[in-house]
Design a protein around this ligand. Structure first.
Ligand SMILES: CC(C)(COP(=O)(O)OP(=O)(O)OC[C@H]1O[C@@H](n2cnc3c(N)ncnc32)[C@H](O)[C@@H]1OP(=O)(O)O)[C@@H](O)C(=O)NCCC(=O)NCCS
Length: 161
């Protein structure tokens, strides 16, 4: 049975992203993506008024375990990224973070959310589909891979209301 998160020192909690989390977010981002975002880039996004960004931290708020960033141009939003550190994956953090993040994106006026995801990213696809995201487009050759080949991106959309 998966236990709910109560905000103890062990169990993660979600909160809006503050600038002090940008370095840790960049470290997590770099471990997954071919074109990593620097801490300065993430901080720049946070300064944009159309950015909604959330983190999952340990309950004590000392360590970052995941983050999600969207751009909201109401009534539309784009989920730019969501990532959970490898050692924290598979324990419900991604689900909790996406749920909290979509609620905040909705509160900022978004009625629907788009995202792009590598068609081979099974864990992200399962997560997104469980939130009701459905495929609305396909972008062949979108993501560069380390071996020089390119992966297809699926464009997904969910209605929030
Ligand atoms: C996608 C990601 C954010 C999920 O975070 P997580 O904390 O591991 O996810 P959770 O433990 O909350 O699991 C949520 C759901 O994701 C899916 N999922 C998670 N890990 C999975 C895996 N290894 N295989 C298949 N599905 C998986 C499941 O549907 C799961 O729900 P369930 O446990 O009820 O079946 C995480 O895997 C990640 O950071 N990946 C690397 C970055 C990335 O690819 N981001 C998406 C870019 S578009």
């Amino acid at each position: 049975m998966r236990l709910p998160f109560f905000g103890s020192s062990r169990n993660p909690v979600c909160r809006p992203m503050m600038p002090e989390w940008c370095r840790s977010a960049a470290v997590i981002h770099k471990s997954f993506f071919e074109r990593p975002w620097s801490a300065a880039e993430i901080e720049g996004m946070l300064r944009q008024s159309d950015t909604v960004a959330d983190v999952a931290t340990d309950g004590a708020g000392r360590a970052l375990v995941g983050f999600a960033i969207s751009r909201v141009l109401a009534p539309e939003a784009e989920l730019l990224t969501i990532a959970v550190g490898r050692s924290s994956q598979g324990a419900g953090v991604g689900r909790m973070l996406l749920s909290a993040h979509l609620a905040r994106v909705s509160a900022h006026g978004a009625g629907h959310v788009f995202l792009e995801v590598d068609e081979g990213n099974a864990s992200a696809l399962r997560l997104y589909r469980s939130f009701g995201f459905q495929q609305v487009g396909l972008r062949p050759g979108y993501y560069p891979r380390k071996d020089g080949s390119k992966a297809t991106a699926l464009v997904l959309r969910v209605d929030l209301h």
